[in-house]
Design a binder for this molecule. Structure first.
Ligand code: SF4
Length: 252
């Protein structure tokens, strides 16, 4: 069963395609927790659940009662009709981790239908789950934002950095780029060395660094040190425009 958490039409707020009108599908569930990001969300039973800024799309135990179960491809496709889209806008598949559904035929049929309609599909993935490009060639038409998790996520190294997966996706996808969430404190704690151990798996792939933050205040606090880091290393700085403008992370 596929779980959809929310869908919304907005602009892409971060990464290579920032500013592009995009229809977002946020899928529920993830293979990680990233409690190191220190964000919390209150569940209906009052529990403060610790995780990343989309913990409501990650933690099945506390939030799945709000997720929409999807059994058929048509249920996903019909969502496009809810919006007055001006054409084949970008489709962004995010989460949670959308690639937990990578081998589900309902999911891959959805991708194929979107490509036929002329949409550009971008996955926002943690880059730790492999994609079978031979069985599902539709993934060769997709774009991948590889948001590989760093030490600050508190996930174990062998789980968050999968060199074989990074290499496979970067080599076979239509396009891929790295997108890292970085807080000001990490910059002085061996960040460059940590990034280089990830980038070695696909050295020619573009790098975008964006400030950690689930709120405008947090994003702004982390931005200036990160800009200086990007200037020094030659990486691209990526804003988190949606958070800076709307100061929330849901539905924008
Ligand atoms: S991998 Fe991404 S969605 Fe999953 S817990 Fe970490 S930050 Fe959240």
């Amino acid at each position: 069963m596929i779980y959809l958490v929310e869908h919304f039409y907005s602009i892409q707020g971060e990464g290579k395609y920032v500013g592009s009108p995009s229809l977002f599908f946020r899928f529920g569930g993830c293979n990680m927790k990233c409690e190191g990001f220190g964000c919390t969300e209150k569940a209906t039973d009052g529990t403060e659940v610790l995780g990343c800024d989309t913990v409501y799309a990650v933690n099945k135990e506390h939030f799945s009662h709000n997720w929409i179960p999807i059994a058929k491809t048509g249920e996903l496709l019909s969502i496009l009709d809810l919006y007055e889209l001006p054409g084949a806008v970008d489709i962004v598949l995010t989460g949670g981790e959308p690639l937990i559904y990578a081998n589900d035929r309902t999911f891959t049929d959805f991708l194929e239908a979107l490509i036929k309609k002329g949409h550009r599909i971008t996955f926002e993935t943690n880059g730790s789950l492999d994609v079978d490009f031979d069985t599902f060639p539709v993934y060769k038409e997709c774009f991948f934002a590889l948001s590989v998790k760093l030490t600050n996520s508190l996930e174990p190294l062998n789980k968050r950095v999968r060199g074989d997966v990074i290499y496979n996706i970067a080599r076979n996808a239509k396009d891929a780029f790295f997108k890292f969430s970085i807080d000001a404190e990490s910059i002085n704690l061996g960040l460059e060395e940590e990034l280089s151990k990830i980038l070695v798996h696909s050295p020619k792939t573009a790098v975008y660094c964006m400030p950690v933050g689930g709120s405008k205040e947090e994003v702004e606090r982390n931005s200036e040190p990160l800009i200086e880091f990007c200037k020094a290393k030659g990486y691209n700085f990526s804003d988190r425009l949606h958070i800076r403008i709307w100061d929330v992370n849901k539905g924008v």
